[in-house]
Design a protein around this ligand. Structure first.
Ligand code: ZN
Length: 140
């Protein structure tokens, strides 16, 4: 696979509005988009930092993986996943990863937030960091 850059860093937060205040007021970043992703039971908020985005994730349901992550983390948020932009496409990258014996969470690309096609690799195979692969279909 051909990774061009870190597309975003996903950060789980217990309270999205409080978290946005920190990123805007303390760091001077601007939230350019908020989006509910029904599929993942989260509300996301995005900040652009150079080529990379910060993706804040707040659970919309106790069954959300983000709610479970925060519960395991003693009610606190924290870094949740690392997302790479792949130039040769997510489907191709998944096939290659599977060939190399990497455990996949998603067997096929699906729709993520901010218009991206995404897929997750399993942290058991990725040195314990939940890893997302992304492509922007608008840039293909
Ligand atoms: Zn993500």
């Amino acid at each position: 696979m051909k990774i061009s850059h870190i597309e975003h860093i996903g950060i789980a937060v217990p309270n999205l509005e409080e978290a946005i205040k920190y990123y805007e007021n303390a760091l001077g970043l601007k939230c350019y988009k908020k989006e509910v992703v029904e599929d993942q039971k989260v509300t996301t908020a995005f900040f652009q930092v150079g080529d990379t985005k910060i993706e804040l994730l707040e659970a919309t349901s106790p069954e959300s993986t983000i709610a479970k992550f925060i519960e395991k983390n003693g009610g606190r948020g924290g870094m949740h996943h690392l997302a790479f932009a792949v130039e040769d496409g997510v489907a191709e990258a998944l096939a290659e990863a599977e060939d190399k014996g990497i455990k996949l969470i998603d067997k096929a690309p699906r729709k993520g937030a901010d218009g991206l096609n995404i897929a997750f690799l399993h942290p058991k195979s990725t040195e314990a960091v939940l890893t997302e692969l992304c492509e922007d279909p608008a840039k293909k």
